[in-house]
Ligand binder design. Structure first.
Ligand code: TYM
Length: 335
């Protein structure tokens, strides 16, 4: 039987190039080799203050973007996390075996909590446990994510060790050990405004990121304004030139060229020559995604059906695992 993969994206605003190159493009490339599950993690989206008026709409938009980017229903199941209630339930069970200090150590929690100041919810602290539940419910072998999720994956692995140790046996583990799958290139796309900071949905400046649905004129403007340096001749890997490294890496990935080919092509270039070339590359890489997205969102009934089918298939797997965990923990089965 094929190994299983599971991953997800939060429906908080628009998807950017980091989400695409770090995660979704990889899913598209590997989906046919696995039994693939991709969810829209809407329960995670409420761990920071959110607007109920746009949550449902954003959730649909992300599901449509999965399809528009090339996730195929022939190989993959697409579903909404909150439609499969086992996610919340397993998260609770895992909460009760996860030590508090494991969560307090999480870098993303510390960063996000610092940004928010007061009013940090218990949900934000608990975010990685819910993420562990997402993964473990599907007995996922591999979890394709960007570099920033590595620590959360390690936590999920620690939870597996702990639950198996306490409630399972060597020949009968309660949960399966997942492995992170992080690409060599694209796993850490940096901000357009600062090449030392990760491209992020939560950056207050729109100019810091390229969104998958940005129209060509917006892309042009963002690239025109993006941070560069006064040096002529473009190169990879110079620690003094993080923006140069980031933009060249994006160019290589979006034009499907090797780093070597791009290094040669751009060795003598100035920014005035590179930026229009890069703009054209980004516009043509995103154009087919945007066209497909517009087609998909025009047909609401189709997307509804995709998510309904996804829910049925995902719930079947998730409920079986949840029962296994509840049995191992000693609950009285429903009578
Ligand atoms: P989210 O929505 O923040 O990010 C979705 C995916 O995009 C990747 N990513 C990046 N990759 C490269 N460069 C960047 N600048 C960049 N920014 C984001 C993230 O690593 C991620 O793969 N916690 C997850 C969502 C989640 C999940 C799961 C993932 C919830 N449950 C279960 C896998 C399995 C997250 O960060 O979403």
């Amino acid at each position: 039987m094929a190994q299983r993969i599971l991953s997800g994206v939060q429906p908080t605003g628009n998807l950017h190039l980091g989400n695409y190159l770090g995660a979704i493009q990889n899913w598209v490339e590997i989906q046919q080799d696995y039994d693939s599950y991709f969810c829209v993690v809407d329960l995670h989206a409420i761990t920071v203050p959110h607007d109920p008026k746009v949550l449902a709409e954003n959730t649909r938009a992300i599901a449509a973007l999965y399809l528009a980017c090339g996730i195929s229903l022939e190989h993959s199941t697409i579903f909404v996390q909150s439609h499969v209630t086992a996610h919340s339930e397993l998260a609770w069970l895992l909460n009760c075996i996860t030590p508090l200090n494991w969560l307090e150590r999480m870098i993303q929690f510390k960063e996000k909590a610092q940004k928010q100041g007061e009013n940090v919810s218990v949900g934000l602290l608990d975010y990685p446990v819910l993420m562990a539940a997402d993964i473990l419910l599907y007995d996922a072998d591999k979890v394709p994510v960007g570099e920033d999720q590595k620590q959360h994956l390690e936590l999920a692995r620690d939870i597996v060790i702990r639950i198996n140790d306490k409630f399972g046996s060597e020949d009968k583990p309660v949960l399966k050990m997942p492995e992170p799958m992080i690409r060599k290139s694209g796993a850490r796309v940096m901000s357009l405004a600062d090449g030392t900071k990760k491209m992020s949905k939560s950056d207050p400046s729109e100019l810091s990121r390229i969104n998958l649905l940005d129209p060509p004129d917006v892309l042009k403007k963002k690239i025109k304004k993006c941070k560069t340096d006064p040096v002529r001749g473009l190169e990879f890997g110079n620690p003094e030139r993080p923006e140069c490294n980031n933009l060249l890496s994006l160019y290589a990935l979006l034009s499907s060229q090797t780093k070597e080919a791009v290094a040669t092509e751009c060795a003598e270039m100035g920014w005035g020559q590179f930026k229009p070339l890069f703009t054209d590359t980004v516009v043509s890489a995103l154009e087919p995604i945007q066209t497909k997205y517009n087609e998909l969102t025009a047909d609401q009934a189709y997307l509804d059906q995709v998510l309904r089918d996804g829910q049925t298939k995902a719930a079947e797997v998730a409920d079986t695992t949840l029962k296994r965990v509840k049995d191992a923990l000693g609950f009285l089965p429903a009578l």
